[in-house]
Design a protein around this ligand. Sequence first.
Ligand code: SF4
Length: 236
Amino acid sequence: MTTISRTKDKPARGRPALAGAAVLLPSEPARNCPLCPRLATFREAARAREPTWFNSPVPSFGDPDGRLLIVGLAPGLQGANRTGRPFTGDFAGDLLYATLLEYGFAKGAYQARPDDGLALVDCRISNAVRCVPPQNKPLPLEINTCRQFLSASLAAMPNLRAIVALGRVAHDSVLKVLALRAAAAPFAHGAIHPAGSVKLYDSYHCSRYNTNTRVLTPDMFRSVFAKVKADLAENL
Ligand code: SF4
């Protein structure tokens, strides 16, 4: 059973105070996490329909000692929910992993499958919501419920310096983890919000819809990671 535990310990020097600091919690949910009944029911239906798919909460991917954490929205039905690795197997992963390879946050070759040997460098990827939601739209209660795992994931990265939030839902959830006021840190593509020794970088989500409508171009996406790379090189 997963419960939210708070610690009275002060955060490490320079680290932001994590709201509901979750250092005592597992950062990965159980395979049959029951906390969001609607998503658990959707997951069970997917298991019955597609028994060879992953169909479980998708774990974070990459180096927990890395300095960069990328936070997406939720697994795509035929992407991460199918393959079991964040952003793997659908369009969003094509742009994300190509960009990470370009800026040295990944090595190997991305081949849209979890056994392609791709490795992240100084970087980890997670999602605000770990289970695939119907129509790719988690409910506010589900986002709030799954935040305990996002919070634990941040707390489990001792060298964390940069967080890239892909889209407003990820941005809003990270703000709550970092105890930042929403009015003081509004979402905008390219915006940077300091939080102690960590900076939150906003990007539009690299979804097919956003790229097809040119809300997000590959150059706009690259510019976010170029800035992160430059800031990390200067130790922020
Ligand atoms: S979305 Fe998160 S909290 Fe909800 S059932 Fe899945 S793993 Fe559990």
